[in-house]
Write a protein that binds this ligand. Structure first.
Ligand SMILES: Nc1ncnc2c1ncn2[C@@H]1O[C@H](COP(=O)(O)OP(=O)(O)OP(=O)(O)O)[C@@H](O)[C@H]1O
Ligand SMILES: [Mg+2]
Length: 272
């Protein structure tokens, strides 16, 4: 088996006296989606910030292609092919699609024409990259990013990462705020990125979303990897329970679904 594109080996992270991550070992491979699951505050965002150079591990190692690396800042991570779409946006609502596509891309990296911003060319490249991912509704690079739907915005960010040669794509809850249709769209794009050979790290709270794209799953509980398993090795119920820290959530979820089925799709309401 080839070395994983990226691996964490015994990574710990504390903020002052607060231990947030304990002895994390994880591998991400080309053409695979690793789903990172866990309850609020489990440490998922902290973990991927270590993978993307935002935070430094307190101890432990990061490897890329089997070689120890340090990622002192986000730029260093991005130069090594790690692209991250962080939780809560990271895009620029008042910028055009074409403009936002090229933010942070240095002219020195071969983008000669953008020493002077070439609007038409930037728009054409951005629109094509997004359309290549099947988002044909985006056909005008002058449109503002803020006018895109949440799903389109996520798709744009993913298309951008792939276009600029990302090898590891990290997505922090890309489907959290989306409706069913848009979430499906983002999941399709995640699958497309995987088909193109990227290693994807996908954070979600929604077990169905995880099961739709995941090849490999890691569940974080209070900063430690509580379970690490492959597709097909656990049922939806087992995963749901694990994500809730071992509590029996699956039966509660089934009860709520049963209630909704018999009440015209309405969830139970708290008493007045
Ligand atoms: N800079 C920081 N200083 C101190 N504690 C922090 C810092 N960043 C995160 N934490 C703590 O680390 C823990 C993990 O936070 P993190 O954001 O990684 O969780 P998460 O799994 O992404 O949660 P969510 O599902 O809500 O996004 C939390 O208890 C949080 O308060
Ligand atoms: Mg988070």
């Amino acid at each position: 088996m080839t070395a994983p594109i990226m691996a964490l080996r015994g990574v710990n992270k504390s903020f002052g006296p607060i231990d947030v991550l304990h002895d994390i070992t994880l591998e991400v491979r080309a053409g695979e989606v690793l789903c990172l699951l866990g309850d609020n505050g489990a440490g998922k965002s902290t973990l991927i910030k270590i993978m993307s150079g935002v935070f430094q591990p307190s101890s432990g190692a990061i490897e890329m292609d089997g070689v120890n690396v340090t990622l002192p800042n986000p730029r260093a991570a991005s130069e090594k092919g790690v692209a991250t779409v962080h939780q809560f946006g990271g895009t620029f609502p008042l910028m055009s699609i074409g403009r936002s596509f090229f933010v942070g891309v240095e002219p020195a990296k071969g983008w000669g024409p953008f020493k002077v911003y070439d609007r038409k060319r930037a728009n054409a490249i951005a629109v094509k990259a997004v359309q290549d991912f099947g988002i044909t509704r985006i056909d005008d690079g002058d449109r503002l990013v803020g006018g895109l739907s949440g799903g389109e915005r996520q798709s744009l960010a993913i298309a951008r990462a792939v276009h600029f040669g990302a090898r590891v794509l990290i997505l922090d809850e890309p489907t959290a705020a989306l409706g069913v249709k848009q979430a499906t769209h983002v999941l399709r794009i995640v699958n497309e990125a995987k088909k193109r050979g990227l290693a994807v790290v996908f954070i979600t709270h929604q077990v169905m979303h995880a099961m739709a794209v995941g090849d490999h799953f890691a569940v974080l509980i209070r900063g430690a990897v509580a379970a690490d398993f492959k597709k097909g090795e656990k049922t939806r119920e087992e995963i749901t329970d694990l994500m809730a820290g071992g509590a029996s959530m699956a039966s509660l979820e089934a009860e709520i679904e049963g209630y909704m089925a018999s009440h015209g799709g309405h969830p139970p309401q708290p008493a007045e």
